[in-house]
Design a protein around this ligand. Structure first.
Ligand code: IPD
Ligand code: CA
Ligand code: CA
Ligand code: CA
Length: 262
């Protein structure tokens, strides 16, 4: 199947949505709490998801949409049998609200479970990361080089600080030696951006313990295209119908990091 048309539209819609977000920051942001004061949603999260839903149903009425804000009603489908757009309208809503930077739009297209297209856009830096499986990965149209290996000692590792305190996913003490050994630990607060940054060498790995399909759908396509790794912390395939522990990295580094946890 030829995905070029879907790819071109995904890129152009994502840029358009990003311009909308950038403009919106000139005005007051309307914030609501979802489950707590650290779980935010804005009018823009819903509006951007609706923007994509409108475009997709106009151009591809047979396609399904999996979006964080759940604004698309009445779809029944099986992920492995459908053509699905996986969308996070704003990844890093807390950054959008508090920092007015370091957030992204993440748009992916999966065909019968297979990752095909990944688009991640940082509107404030005007950085568009794009991939169509088998055709290379690009940052603002410039080809990104294949990823090479590094060791933990040389690595900047993005780690969700929430998981360095006692939690029900992993023994937090297993994280300590990584923090000690790595060149540095970072956390941006947008899963899509952490993965996009690995693709261009600004980070080397990213460990998180509970991410949803929309956070990582596009990042998986991008990293795999560059020879990087995208698995659960245990090294299994990521389940696109559930939340997952996740480990994204340059080639090789993932197995070294996994050894600390398993
Ligand atoms: C969140 C961000 C954050 C990650 C959270 C996600 P949201 O997405 O990606 O970095 O740690 O698990 O839920 O809610 O801002 O789209
Ligand atoms: Ca959210
Ligand atoms: Ca997200
Ligand atoms: Ca979101």
């Amino acid at each position: 199947m030829n995905y070029n048309n879907i790819y071109e539209l995904a890129k152009s819609w994502t840029k358009e949505a990003g311009e909308n977000l950038r403009e919106s920051l000139k005005h007051k942001i309307e914030v609501e709490f979802k489950t707590s004061a650290s779980d935010l949603v804005t009018k823009k999260d819903r509006e951007i998801e609706q923007f994509f839903a409108g475009k997709i149903s106009e151009h591809f009425p047979e396609h399904m949409i999996l979006g964080e804000e759940g604004t698309v009603a009445n779809q029944e489908y099986i992920f492995e049998e459908a053509q699905v757009w996986v969308i996070d309208p704003i990844d890093g809503t807390t950054n959008f609200v508090n920092q007015k930077m370091n957030f992204a739009i993440s748009v992916a297209f999966y065909d019968q479970g297979e990752p095909i297209i990944g688009v991640i856009y940082d509107p404030m830096k005007d950085e568009l990361f794009t991939t169509l499986k088998g055709q290379g990965a690009f940052l603002n149209g410039e080809k990104i080089e294949q990823l090479t290996a590094v060791t933990v000692e040389e690595a900047l590792i993005s780690l969700n600080s929430l998981w360095t305190i006692p939690n029900d996913k992993v023994d937090e003490k297993k994280v300590y030696p990584i923090v000690e050994k790595a060149r540095g630990i970072r956390y941006i607060g947008s899963a899509a951006l952490e993965i996009a940054w690995i693709s261009v060498g600004r980070l080397d790995a990213y460990v998180d313990f509970r991410l949803s399909p929309w956070d990582i759908g596009a990042g998986i396509v991008l990293l795999k295209e560059l020879g990087g790794e995208a698995t659960t912390l245990a090294g299994e395939d990521i389940n696109m119908k559930d939340t997952n522990t996740t480990l994204f990295s340059r080639p090789g580094l993932a197995s070294e990091i996994r050894n600390y946890f398993n």
